[in-house]
Design a protein. Structure first.
Length: 270
């Protein structure tokens, strides 16, 4: 744990500050490939956390795409962000967290206030705008995080609202792509149920305790698995589409937790 803290102070934090400056300039100048610097930052953070990222499948790229995933830990974000150029959907309180909220805004995170039903339309419009510009959007569709053994029921409201936003952008169809996140190994061995509590951020656990557990538990392996994209049209039943995506994510998570044969871990490419 000590060397990770030293590396964090001497290398990761200065590196992140430099990348933040570059990202700020890229956004001001409206550089098209603005996500280059966030991918580097996520990769650097994964390295500092001792997190090896495996990828199975590929994100869809030929249509506007909404990725829907299970959610286990805040580490999901750097793991996914190190692989793909996308925008996240996060709860509004994340945007108010010191430092974290600022960093999230630099990646054009879309914040949703779950306590206000009227906020769904605004968020859907932002999601539709991102996707129509060719940028994938990631939604943790459970609305919360879980320990990583189960997939909680997906919420269909934002999926349906995104369909409505398609009309504003004159889009006739899009993809909903299921994606599963699974933490499979700890220090080279299959992770046990008890050890999952060192990674997952659930219940009333404080962020300080969770960070301490993650930094002290050694090397971790996570697999990001992309499922087959589901073609969705404006008038498709949002609940049926959401349930289909939920079932696909559940099937992928079960397969990953059963330690199916995986490709070697790789360092995300920028």
């Amino acid at each position: 744990m000590i060397w990770r803290i030293v590396f964090l102070i001497l290398v990761t934090l200065p590196g992140l500050l430099l990348l933040i400056l570059c990202q700020k300039i890229a956004l001001i100048l409206r550089v098209k490939n603005w996500n280059f610097f966030p991918k580097l930052a996520h990769g650097l953070l994964c390295f500092n956390l001792g997190l090896s990222v495996n990828q199975i499948g590929e994100p869809a790229s030929d249509k506007p795409t909404l990725l829907v995933s299970n959610h286990i830990s805040w580490m999901d974000i750097p793991a996914i962000g190190s692989l793909s150029a996308l925008s996240f959907v996060a709860k509004a309180e994340v945007g108010r967290w010191p430092v974290v909220g600022f960093l999230a805004s630099l990646q054009k995170t879309i914040f949703v206030d779950r306590t206000r039903k009227t906020d769904t339309g605004r968020v859907a419009d932002e999601m539709g705008e991102r996707m129509s510009d060719g940028r994938a959007v990631l939604l943790f569709a459970e609305g919360t995080s879980d320990i990583g053994l189960h997939v909680l029921p997906f919420r269909s409201a934002l999926v349906g609202a995104t369909q409505a936003a398609m009309k504003n952008d004159a889009l006739s169809e899009m993809y909903i792509q299921p994606m599963a996140v699974a933490y499979t190994h700890l220090n080279g061995l299959p992770i046990s149920t008890a050890e999952r509590s060192k990674i997952a951020w659930v219940g009333d656990m404080g962020i300080e305790d969770n960070i301490g557990d993650i930094l002290s538990c050694g090397k971790k392996s996570v697999t990001i698995m992309y499922g087959a994209p589901i073609l969705v049209k404006r008038d498709d039943d949002r609940k049926l589409v959401t349930k289909k995506a939920e079932d696909a994510v559940r099937a992928m998570l079960v397969a990953l937790n059963r330690q199916m044969t995986l490709p070697p871990a790789h360092s995300p490419k920028a």
